[in-house]
Design a protein around this ligand. Sequence first.
Ligand code: CUA
Length: 330
Amino acid sequence: MRRGSILQLAAIAALAALIATLVAIFVPWLPTPASDEAKRIHFVYWFTTIICIGVFSVVASVLTYSVIHFRAGPDDDSDGPPIHGHTKLEIVWTAIPAVLVTAISIVSAIVLAQNSKAGSDPLVVKVLGVQFTWKFTYPNGKSYGFLTLPKGRHVKLDITSNDVIHSFWSPELSQKQDAVPGQQNTIVVTPTRTGTFPVICTELCGLGHALMRSHVTILTAKAFDTWLKGGGQSNGPPGLAVFQQFGCGGCHTFQPAGATGTVGPNLDNLKAEAAKANRGPLEKFIRESIVTPGAYLEPNYPDAMPHTFGSQIPPDKLTQLVQYLSGNAK
Ligand code: CUA
């Protein structure tokens, strides 16, 4: 091979590597990680990306060089030379990818093993997926519709579902785990920075799938203790806490709660709807609509609301919720 050819190949490879590197670095592909586990997962991403850039630059340079130098002339109808394989070349281009893929799998296996280590005293939070909301239960028995975690402590999330398959995902934590009925799946999270990040369902689970969103708030260890000891109470009427805990806002709009769901009827119009439905006083109508949602359906809305809230929501909380909705309805 001539020296000029090698220089050309090297120049094209360097250019391809430079372009690919710029695309990798300057496009914000990944969110800033918020846990040790996410950092390790990002390490695997970058490890794999560097290998990919190397392979890409070699392939791009050989391809570009060949297109330029071995192009057939416009009147060239002759066959190419009868070449029958090249054993050395084939061994090389099989062995190198095999080594690279093995390296990726070893790094991935190490990260997976490290990411499943919860230590001897993790905080265990039960995560329940319900159409179309998340419920997070702490060791003290309290449940919330959003997740709150302490920075710097191992947290074990025990994930399951009440109805269909959901999937827990928070981009900043980088981990995804299916929520499967009758099965406990776990992930370990060790938060590294405070902040509030989205929690998203990433398994198509029905009409409200796109709205099955919550959030995770990471507090300092001290602030978390205060939050937990204070009963994790959000300020506001008790009915609002029930509204949030059972994820009503995932499907319904209700201005006093800042809820903007559009899967189910708009609860800001409850008074007018109750009058139209003509099924007794407002509170009775609201209670019936929660406990037996199929009894009366808003025009143009399918029977999509789960029929399980009557048994899920404890009676005293149900009363708080009904009072909250009727008292704040316009
Ligand atoms: Cu739950 Cu999608």
